[in-house]
Design a protein around this ligand. Structure first.
Ligand SMILES: *[C@@H]1O[C@H](CO)[C@@H](O)[C@H](O)[C@H]1NC(C)=O
Ligand SMILES: *[C@@H]1O[C@H](CO)[C@@H](O)[C@H](O)[C@H]1NC(C)=O
Ligand SMILES: *[C@@H]1O[C@H](CO)[C@@H](O)[C@H](O)[C@H]1NC(C)=O
Ligand SMILES: *[C@@H]1O[C@H](CO)[C@@H](O)[C@H](O)[C@H]1NC(C)=O
Ligand SMILES: *[C@@H]1O[C@H](CO)[C@@H](O)[C@H](O)[C@H]1NC(C)=O
Length: 350
């Protein structure tokens, strides 16, 4: 309970990332602008141009249709990254959300928007993704071991259509108009969040949170389901402490995404009558339970470990002197042409 309260408090401060009081806290938090939006998925459908569903991808521009863990070298193969930290050529991606018109059944991709005011600016072009790397929020051992080259994992499952038991690890926050810029307060996936799509209009947008596992088997950079080489820590808080199960003994940094969807145009109360809601994930999910995220490690050798070890001293959020930062202009300039070319704003594969 104490650790839950602590996690809640720290995460509350996290929402106000610029607060001096939060310095010395436990995470990197930085913005990444959109690299490309396309139906490509090198983890689940390597080689496929037109993977089954649409993704929005940020990070290093070596992102590709095939990214074999044995041969890729994102820091070498990328020319730029759309993330704030220039040593970070990882790729981060999630599904898109569509609005299905209750009036005529047509689909429109819900635009993304920037998340809060990272260092006083709205940095993330077309929304992008805000990325966290967190060390233990409770327990005495703050040490984490960063990922090996080639490492990848998935949080959540697009095939899920029912609510999972245990703490929420993927969730939706329905924002009021006044929360549009701040992105909402409170701990990620707390009582204000829902596993399912919000059941009411969200004029300030929807913040989707994806929380990855914090424990690793210490050996495999991948597994057949892209999940079983990692595990969530035991306990009932989605923000993990320093413990890991014997099967997955290595405490890795806990990765978390926040994705902001601008639902202001789709906030007509009529769309929410009789238990209905008009949103659908790009993989055909109208429940929201299938929310998920994909992670592919690509930091320059040693840089992420250096940053994780510096957390709690002068490294916090997007201010971390052991890392090199680029300007918002430069990260926004890093984009990539679709390899799976199609109009993604009206979807034909649902
Ligand atoms: C993507 O993969 C193709 C085929 O393997 C390769 O020719 C191309 O250089 C790759 N692009 C990047 C950016 O790595
Ligand atoms: C369908 O309805 C939506 C509103 O729900 C409207 O914005 C759109 O223009 C309509 N499209 C067509 C083809 O009528
Ligand atoms: C979390 O788990 C502990 C025991 O493991 C229990 O005492 C506590 O009530 C739980 N808290 C919540 C919020 O479920
Ligand atoms: C990464 O850095 C460590 C120590 O700085 C070094 O021992 C290791 O060989 C490097 N690995 C690669 C792949 O460059
Ligand atoms: C944040 O802004 C301040 C002042 O505008 C600047 O000095 C600092 O370098 C910025 N930090 C980052 C991480 O961009």
């Amino acid at each position: 309970m104490v650790s839950n309260l602590l996690a809640g408090l720290l995460a509350l401060l996290a929402r106000d990332a610029y607060a001096q009081s939060a310095r010395g806290s436990d995470f990197l938090r930085f913005g990444c602008s959109q690299l490309v939006v396309e139906r490509v998925d090198p983890i689940v459908n390597p080689g496929a141009v037109f993977s089954p569903h649409l993704h929005q991808i940020v990070g290093g521009d070596s992102f590709n249709v095939t990214m074999d863990p044995m041969t890729i070298d994102p820091p070498k193969q990328s020319k730029c990254t759309s993330c704030k930290m220039v040593e970070d050529f990882s790729n981060y991606w999630t599904a898109s959300i569509y609005f299905r018109s209750p009036e005529n059944g047509t689909f429109r991709r819900v635009p993304q928007m920037a998340n809060g005011m990272l260092n006083g600016t709205l940095l993330e072009q077309e929304g992008g993704i805000t990325v966290y790397y967190m060390r233990p929020f409770s327990g005495s051992n703050k040490k984490t071991t960063v990922f090996s080259p080639g490492f990848r994992m998935i949080a959540g499952d697009p095939n899920t259509r029912t609510k999972a038991s245990g703490p929420l690890v993927n969730c939706h926050r329905c924002l009021s108009k006044s929360e549009r810029i701040t992105g909402g307060s409170g701990a990620p996936c707390d009582r204000s969040d829902t596993a399912e799509f919000p059941s009411k209009p969200c004029p300030g947008g929807i913040r989707v949170t994806v929380i990855f596992p914090s424990c690793w088997d210490g050996k495999n950079v991948d597994s057949p389901d892209h999940r079983s080489h990692v595990a969530y820590a035991p306990g009932n808080s989605s923000l993990a402490g320093d413990k890991c199960p014997a099967s997955h003994p290595v405490r890795i940094p806990q990765v978390m995404y926040e994705i902001m969807y601008d639902t202001s145009e789709f906030a007509n109360p009529d769309y929410y009558k009789n238990g209905k809601q008009p949103l659908v994930y790009s993989f055909g999910d109208t429940t929201g339970y299938g929310a998920h995220g994909d992670y592919l490690f690509g930091w320059e050798n040693g840089s992420l470990q250096r940053a994780m070890d510096a957390l709690g001293t002068n490294c916090f959020s997007e201010t971390c002197p052991v890392l090199k930062l680029q300007s918002g202009k430069d990260l926004i300039a890093c984009t990539k042409e679709q390899q799976a070319k199609e109009d993604v704003d009206t979807n034909r594969c649902l």
